[in-house]
Design a protein around this ligand. Structure first.
Ligand code: PLP
Length: 364
């Protein structure tokens, strides 16, 4: 069988080492690793297994569909899913022991109606996104406590999520979180799990670790922000493609749509089989580089749906050389964060944007 034209090589041992390192850097009683969006493009099952092997005790996903897929694949660890439709049917999730992050009174009642469910109450402490709002907090807590006392559900956790705007705003959110925990305790409910810190907050603010931290991006070896780029994490993903043509072109020859680039002098260009349909951000046109045999070369002309063109100058490239699109900068390949900078976005957006045609290959 020939090599797939485009492939993502994912190292489970890199994820495992990253989670081990993160547990040292930001220790908490429990560690959750977040594998939503197919493990940030790395493969949810692979990421979950690597995380659990590294000592994570919880796996987090956004929605119930993602949680059930993991159950189907034999992941038996505690699983939390926190994003639900207004008319969500919780029967299967509860039947398969998925803990539910709950953000509305209606969801609390729907879970209670099924019976036997376990919930983490999600509080909006200031991010302004999911979680119960300030305006309905009292009703939400009262309802949760009543349903907990009557045995219609179990309140096992209290959770929130920070905005990362500044140290001050994150700490202000934590104060609201603590006040909410105390309010709940006054009403007679003290959940086992208290958690609000994802990668950046877990690393930066020990006081936000409570009983559990939730690592997403950092588990994959990527920095949550520019200030976390020195954490010695190993990027778990390498995106490679194949050379499909090599040609010598003359000074003045244009390359790709709209001739955004014309050759300033005679040169060799290499056509590579990956484009924006595969997750290469079109917005990186004019900035991107790739690696061939350990050397970085510029991507020239418009990034197209299926193809990019690389100017290798007078180098003699071997048509069978893999093209490193992103991966470990230590190996000479551009990092995901560089692609994010070139495309004016964030690493999360790059790794979760990989297209359907790309073959995922697990490597140790
Ligand atoms: C509720 C929640 N917790 C944790 C995470 C993980 O965040 P990060 O990838 O920044 O670690 C996310 C991701 O957005 C999230 O939505």
């Amino acid at each position: 069988m020939s090599t797939p034209l485009r492939r993502v090589l994912v190292s489970s041992s890199a994820i495992q080492r990253n989670v081990e390192r993160l547990r040292e850097l930001a220790p908490a009683k429990d560690t959750m690793v977040v594998v939503k969006a197919n493990g940030y493009g790395h493969g949810a099952e692979l990421a979950a297994r690597a995380a659990l092997a590294a000592g994570a005790s919880w796996i987090g996903v956004a929605d119930i569909g993602e949680a059930l897929e993991l159950r189907d694949k034999g992941i038996t660890a505690p699983l939390l899913a926190w994003l639900h439709a207004a008319d969500e049917d919780f029967v299967e999730a509860i039947g398969r022991d998925v803990t539910l992050g709950i953000s509305t009174v209606a969801q609390l009642r729907a879970v209670a109606k099924v019976g036997g469910g376990t919930v983490h109450l999600k509080i909006d402490t200031g991010l302004g996104r999911n979680g119960i709002g300030r305006d309905q907090l009292t009703e939400f807590l009262d309802t949760a406590c009543a349903l907990h006392s009557s045995g219609d559900l179990v309140v096992d956790g209290l959770m929130s999520h920070v905005s990362g705007t500044s140290r001050e705003t994150d700490l202000a959110q934590a104060e609201i979180f603590v006040r909410t925990r105390d309010l709940l305790a006054d009403k007679g409910v003290s959940p086992t799990h208290l958690h609000m810190a994802a990668s950046a907050a877990a690393i930066d603010h020990p006081s936000l670790r409570f009983t559990m931290v939730r690592f997403g991006i950092a588990a994959y070896g990527l920095a949550p922000t520019a200030s976390h780029r020195n954490l010695e994490l190993a990027p778990a993903m390498r995106f490679e493609s194949s050379i499909v043509n090599v040609k010598r072109i003359a000074a003045g020859d244009g390359v790709s749509y709209n001739f955004l680039w014309t050759a300033p002098k005679e040169t060799t260009v290499v056509l590579v089989a990956a484009g924006y349909a595969d997750g290469i951000p079109r917005a990186a046109t004019g900035h991107a580089h790739v690696e061939i045999a350990g050397v970085r070369y510029p991507v020239v002309g418009r990034i197209a749906m299926d193809q990019i063109v690389v100017d290798v100058g007078d180098a003699r490239v071997n048509a069978s050389d893999p093209v490193g699109i992103w991966g470990d900068p230590k190996a000479g390949t551009p990092g995901v964060s560089e692609w994010a900078d070139w495309a004016d976005t964030i690493s999360y957006d790059i790794v979760t944007g990989i297209g359907n045609r790309v073959t995922r290959i697990d490597i140790p």
